[in-house]
Design a protein around this ligand. Structure first.
Ligand code: AMP
Length: 574
């Protein structure tokens, strides 16, 4: 299929030919004919980097009446960076369409300046929800004449808390508009927006739903939690041309890791919420221009960053949500390039990898952390490759005779050794006594499920609660917070939801969904301190239950913290 066959105007065709677009990308092949042929709304599940700006931009620009000075298309995007990028892309596509104007409006910049751009009504607005709402309230923008509304990176907009703003904006647009929703993932809220505000009979999915890009391979390293940083360094050293983002969970972790990397001589910097807009812009632009090889970032801070040629994404810690993982990994493998999403995990997080595999329908490959010698070899040959490909400056010529004279006493082999050592000694020195960071099989086995102890639950159905009994209570100074922290520490998986909690003198009870109960039980079996026992508090435990009931009646008088939030929704553990 060619762009000509898609029925684009010659002005649009010439502009994209200039940009080097030869054939439509898959999302364009599916979306463009749909927008031209059908007067319907559309949901497209596709990652950034798959060519979706052109997928909605080209047909919309084609259908806009350039002679009419009124906003006809609105594109909503989550961040100012994406807003600027979309606006720039659309402006390039519309370069030869006389009279067509695209204006971006976004927060973090003078509203007065942006309002001026609206004096002469543009046909296309690209906006972040907050700033657009501000302008709507000031009655500076009118959306009652728009024909096209695009919600780009809809899931990100919801993650950033724009749901209400989007709903208000949707209500300010005419019902006759055509709405196109683009999202990398399909959480329930997106489905709800589509149901309430759109008339969708068609959904286009590029790649597998929620699966992320086909161009990304997923690998993981299993190390002791305290060896994470060493493993990160080894991974980076093993990939000398790495250009990637290291995702951390908190601002503090982001700062710490970036600082350590800097001290250790890596070309890295941090991007987190404590930076001012100016600092953020400076770090992002340095990274975009490849002045930095590694950007250590939190998910929130990295949202505005759009870089298409990342080689790696590193999950220094796995995110709690599979969707966040999809977003992180979707930052590599863009624009038809290959990418690798790396996770550094510890033994107890293996099941989280299995969960991701199931959700994404992708295989995650475990790889061993390379030993010191392997890293040294990789670095050495990287240096040799660089030497082979280096551009020789002609000015060198004039020094060669003198250099030859000076080094005449050295054999070729000796000379090579010395040149290589110049660059390479620091690696050899560092990795001389480098420990093996992989967890010995013996230790791994200790933590694996005991195959003989299957089916502790009997036939409890998914979605039902299982009540556990733990042999510690208020006598051991346990209250709800301490108990939650204790459970947290043992299970080590924030996706496990803990329901109603009850603490009595010598025991505690808590609910877990059946599908997570086995995991909780096994975690206690393997990791609880000596003397701590977890059992199912159920019919089969009648004797214990009686004993518990006795304790209950005693503790009712003693403890005010016995029963906690039984009606509250299930909590997600922090
Ligand atoms: P997007 O997903 O819109 O951010 O696009 C990702 C990258 O692919 C951008 O750099 C686009 O300029 C580029 N691109 C989009 N469509 C095509 C195409 N048909 N051929 C070549 N490059 C494209």
């Amino acid at each position: 299929m060619t762009f000509q066959e898609l029925g684009l105007k010659p002005e649009v065709l010439s502009a994209i030919t200039n940009l080097g677009f030869e054939t439509p990308m898959p999302v364009q092949q599916e979306t463009i004919p749909f927008i031209f042929e059908r007067q319907e709304d559309l949901v497209v599940l596709a990652q950034t980097g798959t060519g979706k700006t052109a997928a909605f931009g080209l047909p919309i620009l084609n259908l806009i009446d350039c002679s009419k000075k009124a906003v006809q298309a609105l594109v909503l995007a989550p961040t100012r960076e994406l807003c600027i990028q979309i606006s720039n892309d659309l402006t390039k596509f519309a370069k030869n369409l006389t009279g067509l104007r695209v204006v971006p409006i976004y927060g973090g910049e003078s509203i007065v300046k942006q309002l001026k751009q609206l004096d002469e009504q543009p046909q296309v607005l690209v906006a972040t929800p907050g700033r657009l709402l501000d302008m709507l309230r000031r009655k500076k923008v009118r959306l009652n004449g728009i024909s096209f509304l695009v919600l780009d990176e809809a899931d990100e907009m919801l993650n950033m808390g724009f749901l209400e703003d989007i709903e208000t904006i949707l209500q300010a647009t005419p019902e006759s508009r055509r709405t196109m929703l683009f999202s990398a993932t399909m959480p329930a809220e997106i489905a709800r927006i589509a149901k309430n505000y759109m008339n969708v009979s068609h959904e286009i999915t590029i790649g597998t739903r929620n699966a992320g890009s086909e161009n990304v391979s997923h690998v993981y390293y299993v190390v002791q939690a305290k060896q994470r940083y060493l493993a990160l360094k080894r991974i980076v050293d093993m990939n000398p041309d790495i250009y990637g983002i290291v995702f951390c969970r908190t601002r503090q972790e982001t700062k710490d890791i970036a600082e350590k990397l800097l001290i250790d001589g890596y070309n890295a910097d941090a991007l987190h919420g404590d930076l001012s807009q100016v600092q953020r812009d400076s770090v992002m632009s340095k990274f975009r221009l490849r002045g930095l090889q590694l950007l250590v970032a939190t998910d929130v801070a990295a949202r505005g960053l759009d870089v298409n040629d990342l080689t790696h994404v590193i999950n220094y810690n796995l995110p709690d949500d599979a969707e966040v993982y999809t977003h992180r990994s979707g930052r590599t493998g863009r624009a038809n390039k290959k990418g690798v999403s790396i996770s550094i995990i510890h033994v107890r997080e293996r099941h989280r990898i299995r969960t991701l595999e199931n959700l994404l329908k992708k295989e995650f490959k475990q790889v061993s952390v390379p030993d010191g010698m392997a890293v040294c070899k990789k670095q050495l040959f990287h240096l040799i490759d660089k030497m082979e490909n280096v551009q020789i400056n002609e000015e060198i010529e004039s020094f060669i005779t003198e250099i030859e004279k000076k080094l005449a006493y050295l054999e070729k082999e000796e000379m090579l050794k010395r040149f290589v050592s110049l660059e390479f000694n620091r690696f050899l020195e560092y990795y001389k006594n480098a420990p093996d960071l992989n967890i010995p099989e013996k230790e791994e086995k200790k933590t694996k499920k005991n195959p003989e102890k299957k089916n502790i639950l009997g036939n409890v159905k998914r979605g039902k609660k299982v009540r556990f009994r733990l042999n510690i209570g208020t006598k051991q100074n346990f209250n709800v917070n301490r108990l939650l922290a204790f459970i947290n520490d043992i299970i080590c998986d924030r996706s496990v939801k803990i329901g109603s909690i009850e603490i009595i003198a010598k025991a505690s009870f808590f609910d877990v969904y059946a599908e997570q109960a086995e995991q909780v039980f096994r975690a206690f079996e393997q990791f609880a301190p000596n003397g701590i026992r977890l059992e199912i508090a159920g019919k089969s435990n009648q004797k214990k239950q009686n004993q518990v009931n006795n304790e209950k009646s005693i503790s009712r008088k003693k403890s005010s913290e016995r029963k906690v939030n039984p009606d509250k929704p299930w909590r997600r553990r922090r």
